[in-house]
Structures are given as C-alpha cells and as structure tokens.
Design a protein. Structure first.
Length: 273
C-alpha cells in the first residue's frame, strides 16, 4: 500500500509556514514532523487537497529537505549512447548542492549566455532517504529508502563537456526541481517516466532500463559517504535529453508519483550588469 505526502507552505510565507501533509481521500492531514521521522497527525486537516498536493492558498514545496543530492550518471544505456559514452562498470556518482532544489510551483532559470549557452533537461526517479545510512548492505540500502519523487537533473551541457567535472554544469540554482509529492511503498521496478518541453515529447522511458537498481545505488553511495534522512538520490535519465530556453514549459513525470510542469525563464539580471 502506498502513502502520499506533500510539503506545503502558505502563499505569503511558504518556508515560514512549511508543513508536511499526508494526502488521503481529497484532504490533507497535517503531520507533526517529517514523514521519515515517524511523524503522526496533528489533528489539523486541510480540505480539498488533490493527489498532487494542490490546495487553494498553499504553495507546494520540494518534498524533501536534503543535506545533499547524490546523482548517478549514465545509468540508462541509451542515454549513455546518445552522449557518446559507454555504460560505466560501476555507478558514476556526482553531487548537486541543496541550493539547486526547487519545488513543483517554482521555475527553472536559464543562466546568461556568458555562463552557459546550452542547458538541457533530464527526467529522473528520485529516492528520498529515511534513515542514517553508512556502508549499507543491499538489504539495508533498500530499507533505507523512505520514498520516491520525480526530479529533473537540469544540466548546462556545454559546461559539463568543458569542465571535465560537473559541479558548475549540475549545481546552479533551480537546476533540481522535485515533486510533486513523496510516495512511500512504491514498486519502482518498471515505472514509466518522461519529459515534454512546450508540449513536445522529448523523453519516454521506463525505470526497468536502469543499469544499477535503486538499492545498488544506495549501497554504493553509502560506502563512501553517510546518507542522512531527507537526502535525495537521483537514479539517472533515459534517452532523449535536449535543450531548454527561456519561455519553454518543462514538464516531467514519473508514473504513480505525478507530473511537474514549471516555466523556464531567464535568470534575474545580476547587479551591475
């Protein structure tokens, strides 16, 4: 049985009023903490909250509060091939900073051309860690995953090629939209996932095509770094990645989790420029 949880905040001050809400029967049952902490219901109920966490007067926040976002490159054979690479013999890890995370009601910002002239989308299944995990076995790694959400690993592809390492390419503000909700108890062995840009299908894949499965990825990452509750692990993207420009609508979706549709806009002008 699955469990759906959203993180909501009041429109006028979303972060100051953030709360976790369990979604059932068209209502939202407010929790007294993060769901992976074993939080219980407070008794407060929000009426008319849909399965994607939408409710009048509320903003949907990212359904995770990571200290880090651990990512995996080239975990789908067709995606590795479209970039001219072989599948690595073991998971290829990199990090995105927490400052890259935005929610399903935010926007993706395109940096000025002087920084990057080629930004692309990558839809991914995201794992959210529920317990402190270090050097886990496969069984322990599987048990450490609290739930799942959808993500887009937005990437400055020109910087990825230029820099050799991926900090700038992957780490810009707004480059990790998450949502719309967090789902626990989900079978992720063969979930459809896809991405459209301004209504045009770009990516259409399935998690069945992953090279390394979620538990393998958690165990591998935990061998070199401690994973904390609320941390996020992105599991790779299927083929079909392509460009984003200001004015696009980016929509990405994972079956049984939901769809996120965010505007793509130019980053605000920098002071003095």
């Amino acid at each position: 049985m699955t469990r759906r949880v959203a993180r909501l905040g009041r429109e006028r001050a979303p972060l100051a009023t953030a709360r976790w809400v369990e979604l059932k029967d068209g209502a939202g049952y407010v929790l007294d903490g993060a769901p992976w902490e074993g939080a219980g219901q407070t008794g407060e109920v929000l009426a008319q909250v849909d399965a994607a966490g939408r409710a009048a007067g509320w903003v949907r926040l990212p359904p995770a509060t990571p200290s880090k976002i651990v990512c995996v490159g080239r975990n789908y054979r067709a995606h590795a091939a479209e970039l001219g690479h072989e599948v690595p013999p073991e998971p290829l890890l990199f990090l995105k900073p927490p400052s890259s995370v935005v929610g399903p009601d935010d926007a993706v910002e395109i940096p000025p051309d002087r920084i990057s002239s080629r930004v692309e989308h990558e839809v991914e299944l995201a794992l959210v860690i529920g317990r402190r995990t270090r050097r886990a076995s496969l069984a322990e790694a599987s048990a450490a995953v609290f739930g799942y959400t959808a993500a887009c690993d937005v990437t400055a592809r020109d910087l990825q090629k230029k820099d050799g390492q991926w900090t700038r390419a992957k780490g810009m503000d707004t480059f990790c939209p998450l949502g719309p909700v967090l789902v626990a108890g989900l079978d992720t062995s063969a979930l459809a996932l896809g991405c459209t840009v301004s209504g045009v299908v770009r990516q259409d894949g399935t998690t069945a095509d992953m090279v390394f499965r979620p538990a393998e990825l958690v165990a591998y990452a935990s061998a070199v770094m401690t994973l904390e509750p609320g941390d996020v692990l992105l599991t790779g993207t299927p083929a079909g990645v392509g460009p984003l420009v200001a004015g696009d609508e980016l929509a990405f979706e994972v079956a049984e989790i939901g769809r996120v549709a965010v505007p793509v806009r130019a980053a605000p002008a920098e002071p003095g420029r």
